[in-house]
Design a protein around this ligand. Structure first.
Ligand SMILES: Nc1ncnc2c1ncn2[C@@H]1O[C@H](COP(=O)(O)OP(=O)(O)OP(=O)(O)O)[C@@H](O)[C@H]1O
Ligand SMILES: [Mg+2]
Length: 328
């Protein structure tokens, strides 16, 4: 049984002009100890997916349909009180996008971590402090820096402190929303390493959100590519990275340079992501797709196995993809 099983999940934001269909029929699974990446352009619904899983939605966000099972239990049916007590932070926690900038500037780092522990667990101040120090060491920060303020930390250290905070209650699943985006490449590598070794040590499952597919390929067992509120490709990261089947994934991959490959111009995907108030009919990528024909504009493709049973793609043209490569 998967640790997290998401099926046909829909979450819309109500705005004056209608519904923003940010998560629109999404299904995936994360096994115990497994890391899944979620990639896609800005605004495709990645953070919305994350906040939906933790039921931390703004007032105008509504879950319309679908199921989220955690360890076999449907969490959408639980009363908020029970979800907060037994699941949020305890079993699944999140590193919010931009979280390192949300550290409270007037409180000591260590204190912020131990407060997080005290809020959720029935422990003494001293025990919480000891655990916070251990957590700092675990993410590679000397516990003597417990008494530092956020401004005394570098960006990478702040980000690691935020990771420590998300681990405060020993969760089974951690959702990391762009945990390295604001960092330079060297520090990004250090933070990713810290996450990897923690995962191994603690047997953590992870959902890693990033617009950068190379970060996901380095870190995750499998990946879901999201476009306009839907998953368009899903499979083992090496398969998706080496043999993308959806024209959008292909474009997304070619928009990141590979330092090992011969130099070639960076490709970008023409056009811009659709408005999620009124997504295009048929395949949502069709207006930007070099392969689209009339069927693509009218019929929405299902996510289906093409290249082995664990590599799924939602594209009427998935078989013809070699041609995209030849064109570029
Ligand atoms: N509270 C809200 N009310 C209305 N629309 C929202 C709200 N929050 C997000 N949206 C819209 O939902 C869509 C998905 O946003 P989301 O933040 O999930 O994207 P994202 O994939 O995380 O992007 P990024 O890579 O920039 O972080 C966007 O069109 C965004 O404008
Ligand atoms: Mg986001």
């Amino acid at each position: 049984m998967a640790l997290l099983e998401v099926k046909d999940l829909k979450m819309y934001y109500k705005v004056r002009r209608g519904d923003v269909k940010a998560v629109d029929g999404v299904s995936f699974e994360i096994e115990k100890g497994e890391a899944m990446g979620l990639a896609g352009e800005s605004g495709c619904g990645k953070s919305s997916m994350a906040t939906t899983l933790l039921r931390l939605l703004p007032n105008n966000g509504r879950i319309l349909d679908g199921s989220i099972k955690f360890d076999g239990k449907e969490i959408l049916d639980l009363p908020e009180e029970q979800f907060r007590q037994d699941y949020r932070w305890q079993r699944m926690s999140i590193i919010f996008q931009g979280a390192m900038n949300a550290l409270n500037p007037v409180h000591r780092i260590g204190k912020q971590i131990s407060e997080a522990i005290i809020t959720h667990e029935n422990v003494s101040k001293n025990e919480a402090k000891k655990r916070a120090e251990e957590l700092l060491e675990m993410v590679g920060i000397n516990s003597e820096r417990y008494r530092n303020y956020p401004h005394e930390f570098s960006g990478g250290m702040k980000q690691r402190a935020v990771i420590a905070m998300a681990l405060a209650c020993n969760p089974d699943l951690i959702i990391a929303d762009e945990p390295t985006t604001a960092l330079d490449v060297m520090v990004q590598a250090q933070v990713l390493e810290a996450i990897q070794s923690l995962r191994k040590k603690m047997g953590l499952s992870m959902l890693l959100i990033s617009h950068d597919l190379s970060v996901i390929a380095q870190t995750c067992d499998k990946v879901a590519i999201m476009y306009a509120g839907r998953i368009v490709e899903y499979g083992p990261s090496t398969k998706v990275y080496n043999n993308p089947l959806h024209p959008y994934s292909y474009g997304l991959l070619s928009s990141f340079p590979d330092i090992m490959a011969p130099r070639s111009p960076i490709q970008s995907i023409p056009g811009s992501p659709p408005n999620l108030l009124e997504p295009p009919s048929g395949c949502r990528f069709s207006p930007r797709c070099p392969l689209a024909d009339s069927k693509c504009f009218t019929d929405e493709p299902e996510l289906m196995a093409i290249d082995g049973k664990n590599h799924l793609v939602a594209c009427h043209k998935a078989g013809a993809l070699g041609k995209v490569g030849e064109q570029s």
